[in-house]
Design a protein around this ligand. Structure first.
Ligand code: 13P
Length: 257
């Protein structure tokens, strides 16, 4: 982390877990455990149906609510979809874009990711843009090329004045939900490369201000080490974000760094 230039953000990604009632219970427990001093930013990204309950429960707290997906059009005949404006209107502040599960199961391509990034920014939401390689890609030695392609295509056409609102989450697919965390060195190497890629697009001053998270089996035990690296500015946490005490422990780890 480097707090001088950019925000540290600990974000939960609940994926397809918890009902609205469970969301309310989580929020009450979580708020009671939150440290009084503010160091890092805290975001909880929840399933769409849980968003109203989360917004209500976290109102007047310093926890921001995020969604896990949006559609890129503003409105129209897109049965079942939800726009960025609709979410912004109910006080959602962040949205995850391009998660590997969406790329894998729902055909989200780099072009779609780019459209969603633009839609989010236009509506005033901060996109958390996920990038990451599979185990096969890492073993083939194409990790950096792939990451550069994902970052550059996600940010295509994003103006300089909006780049600070974008969060990039490096999530190696082989570390997601597997209990197999990237080592601090592996994660830091790619996060540093992501910043260099942003620098090549926007220059050093703006690149320095972008928050780059690591995601993939982050937990209270490994968070502190991962966050000790200069270019790892937070975490996007799946499994461990479902338990209030675990997510709080990661917030504490970020506050200690
Ligand atoms: P896990 O923390 O469960 O590995 O999930 C990471 C993730 O995909 C967050 O978006």
């Amino acid at each position: 982390m480097n707090r001088r230039y950019r925000k540290t953000i600990i974000a939960g990604n609940w994926k397809m877990n918890k009902t609205p009632s469970e969301t309310k219970a989580f929020a009450e427990e979580f708020k009671a455990l939150l440290p009084k001093t503010k160091w890092c930013d805290v975001v909880v990204c929840v399933p769409l149906v849980d968003v109203p309950a989360a917004v209500r429960a976290f109102k007047d707290s310093r926890v921001a609510v995020g969604a896990e997906n949006i559609f890129y059009e503003k409105s129209g005949a897109y049965t079942g979809e939800v726009s960025a404006e609709m979410l912004a209107d109910i006080d959602v502040r962040y949205v995850i874009v391009g998660h590997s599960e969406r790329r894998q199961y729902f055909g989200e391509t780099d072009i779609i990711v780019n459209k969603k990034v633009h839609a989010a920014l236009e509506a005033g939401l901060n996109p958390i843009i996920c990038v990451g390689e599979s185990l096969e890609q890492r073993e083939m030695g194409v990790t950096m090329e792939l990451i550069a392609l994902q970052v550059k295509s996600a940010l295509a056409g994003v103006p300089a004045e909006q780049i600070r609102r974008c969060v990039i989450a490096y999530e190696p697919i082989w570390a997601i939900g597997t209990g197999k965390t990237a080592t601090g060195e592996q994660a830091a190497e790619v996060c540093t490369f992501i910043r260099a890629t942003i620098r090549s697009l926007y220059g050093a001053r703006l690149a320095r201000g972008v928050t780059i998270q690591y995601g993939g089996s982050m937990n209270p035990e490994n968070a502190r080490e991962l966050l000790s690296h200069e270019d790892i500015d937070g975490g996007l946490i799946g499994g461990a974000s479902l338990k209030a005490d675990k997510l709080i422990a990661i917030v504490h780890a970020a506050n200690q760094g």
